[in-house]
Design a protein around this ligand. Sequence first.
Ligand code: ADP
Length: 371
Amino acid sequence: MTQAILTLNAGSSSLKFQAFAVDDLSVLLAGKVTGIGGDAKLALSVPEDAAPAQPMGGDHHAALAAVLDCIDRHDDDWQVTAIAHRIVHGGTSFAAPVAIDDDVMAALAELVPLAPLHQPHNLEAVEASRALLPDALDIACFDTGFHAGQDPLFTTMPLPQRLRDEGFRRYGFHGISYEWIARRLRADHPGIARGRVVAAHLGNGASMCAMVGGQSVDTSMGMTALDGLPMGTRCGAIDPGAVTMLMRRGMDAEAIDHVLYHESGLKGLSGLTNDVAALIQSNDRQAQFALDVFALRIAQFAGRMAVSMGGLDALVFTAGIGENAASVRDAVVARLSFLPAFQVLVIPTDEERMMAIHVKELMAGGGACAD
Ligand code: ADP
């Protein structure tokens, strides 16, 4: 029998999953359920000769049931003994990965207002997993965790004390990805790992992290996953006065969230799409303009982070855009060419493996990942 760790990353309409063998952390199975809540389909990316996407219906519970069915059908001897859940927000209470019980679930539910578009779906997947695999260990891995040690100088928002007492502060996200990058740097580029590094996680969600000696000191994302860089469809940092203006026009929080999370960013700027590969291919002037704004803002944040760190030794690009869009990387680096020499690296992210490593160490009783 092969013991397996299943990693889950649940979005509003998707559930990404990977199954790892506990022994050697080889990938047994990987894939994604898309279209949850509508025309849901499960597709495998590992093994590569996978069958076409299988249509299915239902919610996250049904999606996870389909994933488990897929695991069962593939090999009767795989036993999922632990599930790693990607949880977007750990607030101030959670940094290191933690086993999920009723108390932890209640605490995570209280954080929903800080990540209203992500946290509820993350927790739906946990509920589904606890119902469908009651004997397995559920572990929460937090996108905020890697940033938990930041100095208050960097995390404090200039707001009245009473709001700061309620948790109004900067948290930062994509921490599992940055932790993986820090780990890869330690293994492959130890000299750089000890220095001042800006990592740019550029996917549909996009953020940047300043790391000194592998520790997060500054991030572009703030209290919610809306701050910082313009993203695929999210606006990133804008004047908060623009939000109150929309409210005065009679828009409620949900309608404003929709504009800022789903209609803005590269999609809003280009008027076309959030897909950077398509924007690069396009001859449309607005497509190029959107990419120009994106690269400018990435470079501006890198400049800010050089200030936060007192210099810059390396800039690391990761995630779909960072790993694949050389023209975006080149445009960013060109804007930073006035700085003293720094290294530019591309390191593929692997948030699933990072979560599996954490779970394996917790299962071994080793606590949070020490490496
Ligand atoms: P998510 O945050 O959804 O995980 P990804 O990390 O997969 O996102 O990144 C998706 C983005 O990466 C999309 O904008 C996509 O166009 C872009 N991308 C992927 N491959 C390429 C490529 N070869 N060239 C340019 N952009 C790419």
